[in-house]
Design a binder for this molecule. Sequence first.
Ligand SMILES: [Zn+2]
Length: 64
Amino acid sequence: MESFPTKCRLPAEALDRLICPMCRVSVRENEGWMVGACGHRFPIVNGVPHMAEEFAKREVSDVG
Ligand SMILES: [Zn+2]
């Protein structure tokens, strides 16, 4: 069965260089996702962030 690890295994200096491929803004690790200030987030699979547009999810903003 495939698990969905929540911890990224990349070193901090590599994480620092990760950006959203669409918006070119930096992303941060958060609960198994790399989350950008733009609202896109990318899954971390087997400890490796999948930083590609096809994996991106847009944060759903709560209205009200
Ligand atoms: Zn973005």
